[in-house]
Design a protein around this ligand. Structure first.
Ligand code: TXA
Ligand code: MG
Length: 340
């Protein structure tokens, strides 16, 4: 398939790019577009044939439902079933932004979007490019992350192009995604709100405005499993990933005590990198600033794949704020966990 790639940072072609991407969606095609979380691969959520193309392009299991994107939250009412009070409260406070609310579905959306569930995820991205594209498309856009299933989600245009060039109709290449991890997914169909996937909107922030289900609150045990063998892998670079959980000094001491091959990389806080000797060093910024760690993690994973790294050491973070989401993704990507 011939894929049209547009550079959205070029003002001269911006309007053409958005119009052509919107037309592709209306004609049953699939389009890669940037959001503030990660790049998405979108299709008209009312068109079953179009939605199926997403699953094929990604190699995604059919039983994994897609979330649906709108330019404004109000636009979802026409396409979903009952929207609970909690969903509205969350939407008022955090949308547009990096959160997805699960509400009741209706039959206006294709069954392949919801994968047989009676609910559907609604998301309103804050990224300007995403909003312009969604407004122009004027249909609900079902979109998972624009990676081949199992790989880390693309947070830069080049990685979305790497996975999807030749498999979709249009790629809108924008800036690096501001957040860098996928949206917080919250189930709003029950009496209490339950976090299904942590993201940049945190449990602490949500608990200030809605009642949270106990199961939402992350426990150390859940995040840092005792057994190193992980049965559920995801967001995975092709290398062997070792998570290191300790202070800057302990992490640097550990790294200096093992030998490093040329194809080993370290993804760590600046405090570690300044003390550790290793061939490829990739920064997560300061340990005090977890937003930077979240922003960088997937981009570093993808870069490691690109340059042929075989083993990656990665720092763990604490669980405050977006650290919860960071550790959730790292836990799914790692092969081994070492508590220092
Ligand atoms: O930030 C994001 O959410 C990105 C951008 C593109 O918007 N999208 C994204 O989509 O991460 P995806 O498909 O990679 O992840 C959506 C997650 C999946 O884990 C899926 O199982 C879950 O949301 N999900 C979707 N619909 C659901 C539903 N009705 N009930 C429970 N979980 C659902
Ligand atoms: Mg995904």
């Amino acid at each position: 398939m011939n894929t049209e790639i547009y550079d959205l940072t070029d003002d001269k072609i911006y309007e053409t790019a958005i119009n052509n991407a919107a037309d592709a969606i209306k004609n049953g095609g699939i389009v890669v577009f940037p959001t503030e979380t990660v790049y998405g691969l979108g299709a008209d959520a009312t068109n079953t044939e179009a939605v199926k193309k997403i699953f094929t392009a990604k190699g995604r299991p059919q039983d994994n439902p897609l979330i649906v994107h709108f330019a404004r939250f109000e636009d979802c009412y026409e396409y979903v079933g009952e929207v609970s009070e909690w969903a509205k409260v969350i939407a008022r406070k955090f949308m547009p932004g990096p959160i997805t609310v699960i509400v009741k579905r209706s039959d206006r959306l294709s069954d392949s979007v919801t994968a047989g569930l009676d609910s559907v995820g609604v998301r309103v991205p804050s990224d300007r490019f995403a909003r312009d594209f969604l407004a122009k498309a004027s249909v609900p856009v079902a979109a998972p992350s624009a990676n081949i299933s199992g790989r880390p989600s693309p947070t830069k245009a080049e990685y979305a192009i790497e996975d999807m060039n030749g498999k979709c109709d249009v790629i809108l290449a924008g800036n690096m995604c501001e957040v860098g991890l996928e949206s917080t997914v919250v189930d709003c169909t029950g009496d209490k709100v339950r976090i299904l996937r942590p993201g940049a909107v945190t449990a602490e922030e949500l608990s200030e405005i809605v009642p949270l289900d106990e199961a939402s609150l992350s426990e150390d045990q859940k995040i840092r499993p005792k057994s190193p063998g992980m049965k559920y892998r995801h967001y995975k670079p092709s290398s062997y990933v070792i998570a290191l959980d300790g202070t800057d000094e302990d992490t640097a001491d550990y790294l200096n005590s093992v030998s490093h091959d040329e194809d080993t990389a370290v993804i760590a806080f600046d405090g570690v990198l300044s003390l550790a000797e290793c061939p490829v060093k990739l920064s997560l910024g300061s340990r005090e600033d977890l937003a930077t760690a979240a922003h960088e993690l997937f981009a570093h994973f993808r870069y490691c794949d690109k340059i042929g790294i075989k083993k990656i050491y990665v720092c763990c973070t604490d669980l405050r704020g977006v650290g919860d989401a960071y550790m959730n993704r790292l836990t799914k990507a790692m092969d081994e966990y070492i508590r220092l």
